[in-house]
Design a binder for this molecule. Structure first.
Ligand code: MN
Length: 274
């Protein structure tokens, strides 16, 4: 379990990948108002689909921002970097004390199946988990006219549960809320990532100087007919809660490599190196 037991007023850091001015993070902060000491450290510009990128060749700057929740203003910084940069900078430089919990979102659009790998929203939470903190990523499965209030209520419930119970070390929660009215959501379901892939296509176009350029235009394909997947839960009207981890070791695959002659040397004979 997490080593940093939340105090009476747990410190909760909010981040996202849609940018500090996006409506989703405002809704998240408002929904969590009263649960503890909130603060916001998030990218100044949209960083969707940057995955776990970190900025190493450019300086990263942080600017104080105004941020209000119903009970009043909370500390906030905009960061000229990625979601992972924001969490690192918050924990190492900007905050007086490390947070007890990091919540990333609420993202506009789902982060299910293979998209977890591309997601900046999930990566902010993953970075927190790498730093040894409990973390959740929250996404709303609606691209067009997202109504974040319902997702905020579910975020609050799952944050309360997480503060109460703690998470296993190295495990974070990836939460996806279906875009449904409150009374049509069936409840929450513990899920696994669906097997899926993008069938990629690029549109080739021509720039004004007559040079070709390419625009990624893929189609998402669900390859999984399991009922226990994130995609299936959302389709059936449940809030999907997937425990994920940054340790990507394929533990179940070890048996497949037993006969690879691991002791065999690449040195054919000693003279070969003279
Ligand atoms: Mn996003």
């Amino acid at each position: 379990m997490s080593t940093s037991a939340p105090a009476d007023r747990p410190r909760i850091l909010l981040c996202n990948d849609d940018g500090i001015h996006a409506p989703g993070i405002q809704s998240l902060a408002s929904a969590l108002d009263g649960l503890g000491e909130l603060c916001v450290v998030a990218p100044t510009t949209e960083q969707s689909a940057v995955g776990h990128a970190v900025t190493v060749r450019d300086p990263v700057r942080a600017h104080k921002e105004k941020f209000e929740v119903p009970s009043g203003p909370i500390p906030a910084w905009g960061v000229t970097g990625t979601p992972a940069d924001s969490v690192k900078l918050a924990c190492h430089e900007l905050l007086d004390a490390p947070p007890d919990l990091v919540v990333s979102g609420i993202n506009q659009g789902p982060n299910t199946a293979v998209n977890v790998l591309y997601s900046g929203t999930v990566s902010a939470a993953t970075e927190a988990s790498i730093l040894g903190l409990d973390a959740l990523a929250v996404s709303l499965c609606d691209w067009s006219e997202p109504q974040f209030e319902m997702a905020g209520r579910w975020a609050r419930r799952l944050v309360e549960r997480t503060l109460d119970r703690g998470l296993p070390r190295g495990v974070l929660l990836n939460v996806n809320v279906p875009a449904l009215p409150a009374d049509e959501i069936e409840g929450a379901a513990l899920t696994r990532q669906a097997r899926s892939r993008w069938e990629e296509g690029f549109e080739e176009r021509t720039d004004p100087a007559d040079r070709p350029y390419y625009w990624l235009a893929g189609t998402f394909v669900d390859l999984d007919d399991g009922q226990e997947t994130d995609l299936s839960a959302i389709e059936r009207g449940y809030v999907s809660v997937t425990p994920i981890q940054h340790d990507m070791t394929a533990h179940d695959a070890f048996d497949s490599f037993q006969d690879w002659d691991w002791d065999e040397s690449v040195v054919e004979d000693e003279s070969g190196w003279e």
